[in-house]
Design a protein around this ligand. Structure first.
Ligand code: ZN
Length: 453
């Protein structure tokens, strides 16, 4: 009984102290410029860095040097190979009813056009479903354009709603006899600015070239096509490179109490080849690295590992990390990836049951000045690169960021440092700092039994 009372007293004393430390670290994080300097350094000293490119190798060296400079230990480079995709010269032109250039970006993984390009009549659909329900006679021998607008939303849900337009549209158009596929950019801006991204070909379906058109040019094509025949010529010279080298870079802030209990966080180091990959995902690298540094310097109980994943955009780093670190899964107490830009955080989701544990009682009030709500619904995942870890049973925590401007920039030449608000970036670092501090100093096992199958 005595020990129980002593333990309860110790907890009662320990919990407010933890919260006080968290508030102090939060306020220090709001003034810390590490994250801004990291984004600035990566976007200016490396720039765009698609997996498999020479720039990706420079990004790897940058990551190692940056982690060392910021005081991380156990710095590792994990090499692997990917099937890389390299953009070549591209152009698109309206050829009838008159000639005019069009703003496009080939989609990642698209095959090139034949050397002389591909020319044909355009058939425009206002939505993906309209294309799916069209007859082969409407589509056969033509270039399909799906001109479906993306809805702007704080939680970014407009993107997921039409993601298949980019990722699966080419094969669906090809099944119906199309010779090329165009999607209106999956974007919320109306600048003459195409947005790229990865696509895949369905097995056994004829492969046709696929590209994203800027929003204004997609609207012009739709308007003209409503009045009469419209023809365009598309030329894309991309290259697929099997066996290209890629790397994940990681470093740790070693725990002082239970160094064998690891929190895995990070962002992805690779980017698309346009812009400088500032919001996607230098910001995620910067936020997690800065927060790990701040919490690490306060000597937490558990170890914090920052991973800079090397091939997220082409979908090749998450599953591999899960596979290569399967033996480590029992030691990973929680994981989360930051890959939703640099907008302010408005909500946090924790592993099931964590929110009501006594050690986490002060978390909500510590986050409240940052205007962040701890939601009741548990986190289900956090990003593509941690998905395999979560699937293997590693608890997830995840932040909802204001994504209402993210898709103005995402995968486009406008994704640059200038689009990041330093105040919002610092708010992200402060939020990650608070949550990392609580988890890294916790004695609680956040793992829940795997659901019955
Ligand atoms: Zn990303």
């Amino acid at each position: 009984m005595k020990t129980l009372i002593a333990a309860a007293l110790a907890l009662a004393i320990a919990t407010p102290a933890l919260a006080q430390n968290a508030a102090a670290l939060r306020d220090a994080a709001l003034k810390d410029d590490t994250a801004w300097n990291v984004v600035r350094s990566l976007t200016s000293e490396v720039g765009a860095r698609p997996a498999g490119s020479l720039a990706a190798a420079r990004a790897r060296d940058w990551g190692v040097a940056k982690l060392r400079e910021l005081g991380f230990s156990n710095i590792k480079v994990e090499p692997y190979t990917v099937t890389a995709w390299e953009r070549g010269p591209e152009s698109a032109e309206l050829t009838a009813p008159f000639r005019r250039p069009l703003n496009i970006l080939g989609l990642g993984r698209s095959i090139p056009t034949p050397a002389g390009g591909v020319e044909g009549e355009v058939v425009v659909f206002a939505s993906y479903d309209a294309m799916l329900s069209a007859t082969d006679r409407q589509i056969a021998g033509k270039i399909v354009l799906v001109n479906q607008p993306m809805v702007r939303a704080q939680d970014g849900s407009g993107y997921g709603a039409i993601n298949r337009n980019r990722t699966q549209g080419a094969s669906e158009a090809a099944r119906r006899g199309a010779i090329a596929y165009l999607t209106r950019s999956l974007a919320t801006d109306d600048a003459n600015n195409p947005h790229t991204g990865a696509m895949t070909y369905a097995a056994g379906v004829r492969q046709i070239p696929a590209a994203a058109v800027s929003v204004p040019d997609a609207n012009v094509l739709a308007d003209l096509a409503a009045k009469g025949p419209v023809r365009i010529k598309l030329s894309m010279m991309s290259r697929t490179v099997p066996g290209a080298p890629a790397w994940d870079v990681s470093g740790e802030m070693i725990g002082t109490g239970r160094p064998d209990e690891i929190i895995v966080i990070g962002g992805h180091l690779d980017s698309w080849d346009v812009g400088t990959g500032a919001v996607d995902d230098a910001a995620g690298i910067a936020i997690t690295t800065a927060a790990a540094k701040i919490v690490g310097q306060a000597r937490p109980r558990r170890t914090i590992r920052v991973v800079m994943w090397g091939a997220e955009e082409i979908g090749e780093s998450g599953a591999r990390y899960g596979r290569d670190h399967a033996a480590e899964v029992p030691k990973i107490v929680a994981a989360s990836e930051s890959d939703n830009g640099a907008g302010a955080i408005f909500a946090l989701a924790l592993p099931p049951g964590t929110r009501t544990k006594p050690e986490f009682a002060e978390l909500q009030s510590t986050l409240a000045p940052l205007k962040i709500n701890v939601v009741a619904a548990p986190a289900t995942g956090s990003g593509a690169d941690t998905a395999a870890l979560h699937q293997a049973g590693v608890p997830a925590f995840s932040f909802d960021q204001d994504s209402s401007k993210y898709f103005d920039l995402h995968h486009s030449q406008n994704d640059t440092l200038e689009q990041i608000d330093p105040g919002d970036l610092a708010q992200n670092v402060a939020a990650w700092t608070v949550v990392l501090h609580f988890i890294a100093n916790s004695t609680v096992d956040l793992r829940v039994p795997a659901p019955a199958r």
